[in-house]
Design a protein around this ligand. Structure first.
Ligand code: PLP
Length: 413
């Protein structure tokens, strides 16, 4: 822990967009008026009951919220088999993989498209890594009749072919980005460039709780529906809060969505799981920015980043396209330094094993991103007492990943 713990963990960011030393808005002067406009529009929307009501209506009738809270009884029993006597926590999932479009990304997209419409914007742009955010953005753009262009790294275009086709079916124009490694960081650079050149009519719909203020805050707020529902559902199911929360961390939006409503519940332990790739000791072989990086500035905010000795951003690696971002949302950096949340890595291998385990034991094929969180549950639940409860955000389904999993397992389909 390197920062003082505050009285409340839920109050941030401050008026300049900082969470402690992290966040802010480090952007070109040309972008500043846009960012300030967005901040005003969001502040305004937050106070408008009609905005809230429309979002709630869409969450219910378009997305299918609330997503269920599911007691994974067979997985719990499976993990108890090799646990010491009296050990083996109950495992619950928050099933955001059942949302329309297959992940939590739609929660944020619906909130932001309503904001874009409120601001009179007529063109939507977005970046995407695994393609889940691209699909969710293309979906809401189709729903609201707005043209949509998606930036996606060329490498990701290859490894996420089903999502690429879905975006095209939904009417989005796709721009493959060949700069750098052709992954999420490069796609985000291009999207920011597009925004600066098309300031008048364009809304940049960011897919994670990162970027310049107010994005980390507003994405968190739209995703917090996950944690609010989970809290209520857990109280109804067990009459108490869970002991431990677990979620995977790419930019950090599904995780902060689950964590935020629980941050001031001091008895709830919170764990974020980063992509450990080939292992933390392999140079450029992972995407664990909080376990293997240091603070710097990227994409408009100060946060933990993977970087070399000269401060050049490293590419990062993960088996999962959605986790190989070399940074992380600034609120997570702050939660790390205050010690409120523990951040741990899970390797590609561990995620692949967890992916197969859940599929076989519960009949649920998870996305590779939450398979990282599951890898931590598999390690942690057998060490906890039997009367303990661990709640994991199952934030995406595995349809998009089956071809790449087959490749990794050496199976031809
Ligand atoms: C299913 C799924 N989970 C998690 C992530 C990681 O993003 P975040 O950390 O913002 O939730 C992605 C990103 O594409 C995703 O598709």
């Amino acid at each position: 822990m390197t920062a003082a713990a505050p009285n409340t963990f839920r109050a941030g960011p401050d008026e300049r967009g900082f969470f402690g030393l992290f966040g802010g808005r480090f952007v070109a002067e040309t972008l500043m008026p846009l960012i300030l406009d967005l901040e005003r529009a969001y502040e305004d929307a937050k106070k408008d009951p009609a905005f809230k009501a429309e979002l709630e209506h869409l969450n219910t009738h378009y997305t299918g919220r609330p997503s269920p809270l599911y007691y994974a009884e067979r997985l719990t029993e499976h993990l108890r088999k090799d646990a010491p006597a009296g050990k083996g926590a109950k495992v619950y999932f928050k099933r955001d993989e059942l949302n329309h479009t297959g992940s939590h990304k739609i929660n944020n997209c619906l909130g932001q498209i309503l904001l874009a419409r409120r601001m009179g914007k007529t063109r939507i742009i977005a970046e995407t890594g695994a393609g889940q955010h691209g699909v969710a953005t293309a979906t809401v753009a189709a729903r609201f009749g707005l043209p949509c262009e998606i930036y996606m790294g060329a490498t990701d275009v290859e490894r996420q072919a089903p999502n690429v086709f879905r975006m095209k079916l939904l009417g989005a124009e796709l721009h493959p980005v060949t700069a750098g490694n052709g992954t999420l960081k490069d796609a985000m650079n291009e999207a920011l460039r597009d925004w600066v050149t098309n300031v008048e009519n364009t809304y940049y719909l960011i897919g994670t709780a990162a970027g310049p203020h107010p994005y980390p805050e507003l994405v968190r707020d739209f995703q917090s529906v996950i944690g609010r529902e989970a809290k209520e559902q857990m109280l109804a199911a067990e009459g108490r809060l869970p002991d431990t929360l677990v979620a995977c961390i790419g930019g950090g939006s599904n995780a902060i969505g689950l964590f935020h409503p629980f941050l001031d519940d001091k008895d709830v332990a919170i764990v974020g799981v980063e992509a450990g790739g080939h292992g933390l000791d392999v140079e450029n072989g992972h995407a664990a920015s909080m376990n293997g990086g240091r603070p710097g500035v990227l994409h408009g905010n100060r946060t933990y980043l993977l970087q070399d000795d000269d401060g050049q951003i490293l590419e990062g690696h993960s088996i999962s396209a959605g986790l190989d971002y070399p940074g992380v949302g600034p609120e997570h950096s702050w939660l790390r330094d205050t010690g409120r949340v523990e951040y741990v890595p899970a390797t590609d291998r561990e995620a692949l094993d967890a992916f197969q385990l859940l599929t076989r034991v519960e009949g649920i094929i998870p996305a590779l991103e939450p398979a990282h969180a599951l890898a931590e549950v598999v390690k942690r639940a057998p060490r906890m007492d039997r009367d303990r409860i661990i709640l994991m955000n199952l934030c995406g389904r595995g349809d998009k990943d089956v071809f790449s999993v087959a490749r990794h397992l050496g199976v031809s389909i």
